[in-house]
Design a protein around this ligand. Structure first.
Ligand code: NAP
Length: 367
């Protein structure tokens, strides 16, 4: 460690995804990591394991900006969700401390509204980016990669089917927020209302994963993609889990909310997480992501391209973490010149994202 190190504070650093980010960043020469959260003992345990440092920080503390400055922070990475009902206090604290800010948010309004901090971020000369994760960072990188094959893009349907490995309670609380609730989706060239965790559909992944069931989710892509890809008439995102019992259970839960028998599924997050952990031994450790584009090729003929990712041995949970890692690497190296506040699209190309996954049991293919 020396004074020239690039200092990264990972908020939620000992959480499910935070610890993957901490482990990876701690192994990069020239990067020094603070593991941060409300539980100092947990932060210290991981810091000791990874050769990083620990600090107690609460995203709600009023002197957060001051504390970040004292720690010599160059970059704040926030995994401290759920982001669905958060304001931008962490990003503002980072800007006040003159530090870059990256979060893993999957909350549509939160990610899409981050550009309200653009002027402040530019003035401070920092990058503020929201949604540095599977969606929209990886999903947009895949669409951008496939796009040159199309003269016209008509529809985007993408999705994720995770393995049985249960995410943290903040991820669950985030996705339960729109369970059974109305969602706006761009369909046939108009905004339409569908419902979260409904519209059960299947995607056939190549072997060994096979058929997986997925349902509607409310993510930033639903709003960002119709603007980013002019002319596209439908944008749909679905997600699910490999275990059918869990998958169909969540689908049934959405009917309880939609039917008014349950006001919100969010209070059930911790309880449902415990149930999902008990079912983990029945899983196959495989997760996958698909991006299916339809439109016209360069000669005007109908074209469908499907990009798929498959992760074995429960390596899937590394995927949402690698946008933050890739961006931190570029910021530390001085090769990420973009400044201002924006959703995390177009900042990483597909190759930059996938190169962070090398060495894991993760493959991608196009058909
Ligand atoms: N965009 C995407 O594609 C995508 C995909 C998956 C997940 N995600 C996002 O990733 C986030 C993290 O998921 P996860 O599974 O890692 O959740 P998790 O295990 O619950 O981790 C959340 C972490 O935040 C910390 N935290 C919570 N409240 C805090 C506060 N007030 N101050 C400081 N730290 C606080 C928690 O520690 P303490 O409670 O001890 O403080 C915990 O370490 C989710 O919220 C989700 O939005 C995004």
């Amino acid at each position: 460690m020396n004074d020239r190190d690039f200092v990264v504070v990972v908020l939620g650093g000992y959480g499910n995804f935070g610890q993957v980010i901490v482990q990876r960043l701690s192994s990069i020469a020239g990067i020094r990591v603070w593991v941060a959260g409300r539980d100092l003992a947990k932060a210290e345990a991981l810091a000791q394991q990874t050769g990083s440092q620990a600090v107690r920080l609460d995203i709600n503390q009023t002197d957060l900006g001051q504390r970040l400055r004292e720690l010599g922070t160059h970059l704040v990475i926030s995994t401290a969700g759920p982001f669905q009902r958060q304001d931008y206090r962490v990003a503002k604290a980072a800007i006040a401390a003159g530090a870059h800010y990256i979060d893993l948010a999957d909350a549509r309004a939160f990610v899409c509204g981050i550009d309200e901090l653009d002027e402040a971020a530019r003035k401070a000369g920092v990058l503020v980016c929201s949604g540095a994760s599977s969606v929209p960072a990886l999903s947009a990188a895949v669409v951008d990669h496939l796009l040159p094959q199309f003269s016209q893009l008509h529809s985007i349907w993408h999705g994720i089917s995770s393995s049985e490995k249960t995410p943290g309670v903040s991820t669950l609380a985030g996705v339960l927020d729109y369970c059974g609730k109305p969602i706006r989706q761009w369909r046939e060239g108009a905004w339409q209302t569908v419902h979260g965790w409904q519209e059960l559909s299947a995607h056939d992944f190549p072997a060994p994963q096979g058929k997986r069931w997925v349902i509607n989710c409310d993510i930033p892509d639903l709003q960002l993609f119709p603007a980013r890809y002019p002319g596209v008439r439908s944008v749909r995102f679905s997600a699910g889990v490999g275990l059918r019992a869990t998958q169909f259970g969540t689908w049934l839960l959405s009917w309880l909310v939609r039917g008014g028998l349950l006001r919100s599924a969010v209070p059930l997050a911790a309880f449902l997480r415990k149930g999902a952990v008990l079912l983990e031994p029945f899983g196959d450790g495989i997760s996958g992501m698909f991006v299916r584009l339809q439109g016209l090729d360069l000669s005007g003929n109908a074209l469908q391209r499907v990009w798929e990712l498959q992760a074995l041995n429960n390596d899937g949970p590394n995927i949402p973490c690698m946008a933050a890692v890739a961006l931190a690497r570029k910021l530390a190296a001085g090769t990420q010149a973009e400044r201002g506040a924006m959703p995390c699209i177009g900042l990483l190309d597909l190759q930059e994202y996938l190169s962070e996954l090398e060495g894991l049991a993760i493959t991608t293919a196009e058909r």
